[in-house]
Write a protein that binds this ligand. Structure first.
Ligand code: GLU
Length: 417
């Protein structure tokens, strides 16, 4: 970040405050397993900076989660909320667990255990969790319920991404994918490209990847490849994400056969390819919707896409990013491209606090206004200052964070300069 700070002439005091998370909460979470045994899971909630508002950010369940990863993700949440001008700071949570190895009851106990461990450090005016990798609205619902049990109060604004019947917002489940599509549309329009002329490969067919692919296909883009953690499929003439998603949920596999139920292809037209091959496809847009570090110094040379849309957090390492820049491959950065999720989380929080609930079409309109408006500012800045979109997004966000921190006073201010 030093380059960004220098460019903006960020005050030393501000730099010092942004160097580390403001609070790191760690807990051992005991869970009674179905066979009667007890397991203890490591969990974290890290609040990086709350100068612009209460902390905001998801909770991830993954075997590779650790304190460093959660801290990094919490910093990205600070940047993301500021890029799109939400009145939130940044936070993140995680539990080191493979949720696929747990039964539904075990998952419920773990979700409730997480809230028992951290209920006193979160709150609607303190820090508001949300879904992230491997957590969904059911998990958020259990967490909201546990919070209500502990505090003996219904506080829906404690957590976002809840089921609709528990105060969840219309449109939240699709928001990250929808937002990414809005950012892609805004960029394509600026470059004079039509959706019909653009081919897309999607790495990561989870919630965000699925909604993006479904909505992008409806808008006319051609989805030619999809992958998940098990494998990948490819069809030049285009895939239909909807039946593939249904099939994946039934069988937990991405198989070629299913989308042949639809009119877009026949069974023979679909190839099974490797996950790595998908990253090397010659497409107009490569969408990274899986995890961090998908493109590294080791595989960046294989990328042939014209542009990258980052729906995951941190899918391109900084070293790989430099290579992409040299190769003139545009990157639509995560802090902007995946901010649709947290924008609709903000709208959910507002609805919960006011008790006034809105229609999905109104929410999508507000999402578009906020995200596309802020994306256009970033794109303008990138053109004016001749920097890439990631740098432009960081400049936009750090400027706002630094101003919030500096308004509390800096050495220069107190010395009367
Ligand atoms: N986990 C999502 C993200 O990384 C959503 C966060 C939220 O809604 O608070 O942006």
């Amino acid at each position: 970040m030093a380059g960004i700070y220098d460019r903006l002439e960020v005050d030393e005091d501000v730099r010092r405050q942004l160097q580390q998370p403001s609070r790191i909460h760690e807990a051992a979470i005991p869970v009674r397993m179905d066979d009667g045994s007890l397991r203890v899971f490591n969990g974290w909630r890290i609040q990086y900076d709350q100068s612009r508002g209460p902390g905001k950010g998801g909770i991830r369940f993954h075997p590779d989660v650790d304190a460093d990863e959660v801290a990094t993700l919490s910093f990205w949440m600070v940047l993301k909320c500021a890029v799109v001008n939400l009145p939130f700071g940044g936070a993140k949570g995680g539990v080191q667990v493979d949720p696929k190895s747990l039964s539904r009851l075990e998952l419920e106990r773990l979700s409730r255990g997480y809230i028992r461990a951290f209920y006193d450090v979160i709150g609607p005016d303190r820090d508001i969790p949300a879904p992230d990798v491997n957590t969904n609205e059911t998990v958020m619902g259990w967490m909201a319920d546990e919070y209500a049990e502990i505090t003996r109060m219904k506080v829906p604004a404690i957590i976002t991404g809840k089921p609709p019947g528990m105060g969840g917002s219309a449109g939240r489940a699709a928001a990250t994918g929808r937002g990414a599509l809005y950012v892609l549309d805004a960029w394509a329009e600026r470059k004079g490209k039509n959706p019909e002329d653009l081919t897309i490969a999607v790495q990561g067919f989870g919630n965000a990847g699925y909604h993006f692919a479904r909505l992008a296909q409806e808008s006319g883009y051609r989805i030619v490849a999809l992958s998940d953690s098990q494998g990948a499929i490819h069809a030049d003439q285009g895939l239909d994400p909807e039946p593939i998603w249904r099939h994946k949920n039934e069988t937990r596999e991405l198989k070629g056969m299913v989308y042949c139920e639809s009119s877009v292809c026949t069974e023979n037209d679909v190839d099974q390819i490797s996950k790595d091959d998908l990253l090397a496809l010659d497409v107009d847009v490569l969408v990274l919707a899986a995890l961090e570090n998908a493109i590294t110094a080791d595989n960046v040379d294989k990328v042939r896409a014209g542009a990258i849309l980052e729906i995951a957090n941190g899918p391109v390492t900084s070293e790989a990013d430099k290579h992409l820049n040299e190769k003139n491959i545009t990157v639509l950065p995560d802090v902007l491209a995946n901010a649709g999720g947290v924008i609709v989380s903000y709208l959910e929080w507002v609805q919960n606090r006011t008790g006034d609930y809105w229609s999905e079409s109104y929410i999508n309109e507000r999402l578009a206004d906020q995200l596309v408006g802020q994306a256009q500012l970033c794109f303008d800045r990138a053109e004016e200052e001749k920097v890439d979109y990631r740098v432009a997004a960081y400049l936009q966000s750090v400027e706002r964070i630094a101003s919030a921190l500096a308004s509390r006073g800096t050495q220069r201010y107190f010395n009367g300069d």
